[in-house]
Write a protein that binds this ligand. Sequence first.
Ligand SMILES: CC(C)(COP(=O)(O)OP(=O)(O)OC[C@H]1O[C@@H](n2cnc3c(N)ncnc32)[C@H](O)[C@@H]1OP(=O)(O)O)[C@@H](O)C(=O)NCCC(=O)NCCS
Length: 151
Amino acid sequence: MSCLTKVNRDNFPLFQQDILEIERDSFPDPWNLNSFSREIGRSISHLWISLKNGVLRGYICFWILADEVHLMNLCVHGPWRGKGLGERLLRKMVEVGVSKGVKTAWLEVRPSNLIARSLYNKTGFREVGLRPGYYRETGEDAIIMSMPLYS
Ligand SMILES: CC(C)(COP(=O)(O)OP(=O)(O)OC[C@H]1O[C@@H](n2cnc3c(N)ncnc32)[C@H](O)[C@@H]1OP(=O)(O)O)[C@@H](O)C(=O)NCCC(=O)NCCS
């Protein structure tokens, strides 16, 4: 079983290269080093990684503010997809949110990302709205999904 580890200012340099490579392989508009460094510096932001045998397999970044948790980034490295890791990372977000008294989880997803939408549906998220033209590089809308959490 892989281990989920929280990333902070101290251990981020150990993982940043792997995170950036996975990010660049996975998204048309990848976060860069500044994006991740900014998240590490924000008190509301939480970054967790999955490690197995020293290999970084995926990560999740989310914000906890007031009584809400917002998914900011979720990614599993190509070779490790389809093995339950995305779901495990998402459930970690929910677990941390619940432990902090959060009432609702939110996220945005591209309509074309059927795999992510299936994962979110399976985890209990429901589609509640649309943000037109949300993704700047393609002009694609974002589907807004939310899920009530019970602390
Ligand atoms: C989306 C992503 C995080 C899913 O992670 P994963 O580890 O592959 O997913 P899991 O193995 O945990 O699968 C969980 C659920 O996702 C869905 N899913 C996963 N792979 C799928 C596939 N190839 N086809 C259809 N649905 C799929 C299923 O609902 C699955 O549940 P099931 O196994 O009971 O069918 C991963 O594909 C990824 O990193 N994609 C690129 C980055 C991305 O799109 N991030 C999300 C941005 S909103």
